[in-house]
Design a protein around this ligand. Structure first.
Ligand SMILES: NC(=O)CC[C@H](N)C(=O)O
Length: 260
């Protein structure tokens, strides 16, 4: 069977590309790590892929603002290719720094490459947060979380600028359209704005959102860091049949991309 192709975008400072590669290969995809300069020079084309993954890391050292420079590169030099990719019904996932890039391009929340409506700002704690958190998966139309809706999953966060923030009207729009995919949850599985369960002070406990088609998704936590059972610190105490929680996200993407 033909495997969907994933373009894992790389540039200076990105450091989760190999883990993302591993997760997508495990989910059944064929992956290539593509430097943004290869796309800029025309050596690679987004059109030859079905999934675009923007991995975590510190692109350009988080200079100016995390994800900003890569976002400007994408909107300045690859705008037409990105539009074509999105209009073809393909999938985009942004993880952590990738989510920061997606909001700064305007692809999230609403596929509008000329309008930035949301941001990810410095954590309320004022420092980098690197640990496991619980996420409640919302019931919505997101392609990546099919079958996970209503469950609470464990994943890692590792960021300094992860506080989801926007103006009240946009927040309301995102909520009304059901674009919230993940919320930070307490030990009872309910969304919370309280630290440390909500690691950054995100509005409405938002940890990830998608666009209105459900095909573009960004999240601050790292699902690619929980695709093997033994990556969980408590794995010996988990029921034997527990699937690593991050895996479903990559499997859903690959399954959807098979039809493209
Ligand atoms: N792990 C990451 O992607 C880091 C995200 C980002 N550069 C931050 O610290 O906010």
């Amino acid at each position: 069977m033909k495997k969907p192709r994933v373009c894992i975008m790389k540039t200076d400072g990105i450091n989760c590309d190999e883990e993302t590669y591993y997760a997508f290969v495990k989910a059944g995809a064929e992956c290539r790590i593509v430097h943004v300069n290869q796309l800029r020079k025309g050596e690679e084309k987004l059109a030859s892929y079905q999934i675009l993954a923007l991995p975590g890391g510190f692109s350009y050292g988080d200079d100016v603002h995390s994800g900003k420079i890569l976002a400007v590169e994408l909107t300045s030099f690859l705008k037409d290719q990105l539009k074509e990719f999105v209009n073809a019904g393909k999938l985009i996932i942004g993880i952590c720094n990738g989510f920061q890039v997606l909001v700064r391009t305007g692809l999230l929340p609403e596929q509008n490459l000329d309008c930035i409506k949301t941001t990810l700002m410095v954590n309320d704690s004022g420092h980098f947060e690197c640990r496991w958190v619980n996420l409640l998966v919302e019931h919505n139309h997101c392609v990546f979380t099919k079958g996970l809706e209503g469950t609470v999953i464990s994943v890692q966060v590792a960021h300094g600028e992860g506080k989801f923030y926007t103006d009240p009207a946009t927040l309301q729009e995102i909520e009304n359209r059901g674009q919230v995919v993940f919320r930070y949850a307490g030990t009872d599985g309910r969304p919370t704005v309280l630290y440390p369960y909500n690691p950054n002070g995100s509005l409405n406990a938002i940890a990830g959102i998608c666009d209105s088609t459900g095909r573009i998704m960004g999240m601050m936590p790292h699902p690619e860091r929980y695709v093997e059972k033994t990556q969980h610190p408590n794995w010996r105490r988990l029921p034997g049949n527990t699937l690593p929680h991050g895996m479903a996200i990559f499997k859903n993407a690959v399954e959807y991309a098979l039809q493209l």
